[in-house]
Design a protein around this ligand. Sequence first.
Ligand code: AMP
Length: 214
Amino acid sequence: MNIVIFGAPGAGKGTQSALLVEKLNMFHISTGDLFRNAIKNKTDLGMKAKAYMDRGDLVPDEITVGMVEEVFDRMGDREFILDGFPRNAAQALALEKMLAEHGKDVGRAVFLKVPRELLMARLTGRRVCRNCGAVYHIDSKPPKHMGVCDECGKKDLYQRDDDKEAVIANRLEAYDKSTAPLVDYYRRAGKYVEVDGVGETGEVFQRLRLTVQG
Ligand code: AMP
């Protein structure tokens, strides 16, 4: 089944999607990761997206949708999990059109529900490996050796610029204004499911797994 996973910044979309991909062998499309890779590789796309991301704004739809379209063209027949896309109603409509063209559809839209007061602590404490993208948290999931990635062994953990407090407020605002209305959109489409995103990563994953497989 094809899945859209959405929720506020810090809800755990990336972590949970990575687990789903690993356990269920799905194709992972994370628009945030695609943009970060493009920035790292200094591509045109990266240059266009960077200023928006640095401010915590959404990257314009024409850039984002175009990027996702390219991925769809080379995805083949695997089931996919879309993580961080769509993030507003226009993107949701563009996605429907794109999927129809490829003879696919969204099976479930999973909303990861996490109370606002937890999001800030999750975001400010998050550290990411610049090399392989593995995600840590200074309190709840520290690496075994400070600054060193458990997965790839590189000493290249960093705090995303947009995980700094000043930018987080703007990201949450963009979420409230643009992404939260997707709850109604997917409810009306009969695809909406809610998963409690509070708790240990493994605990949340068990709930998520039941929802998408059950
Ligand atoms: P994320 O890693 O999902 O938190 O995304 C990081 C940033 O990438 C967001 O704050 C946006 O600036 C940008 N971004 C990711 N996905 C989208 C999207 N679907 N539409 C617009 N901007 C996006």
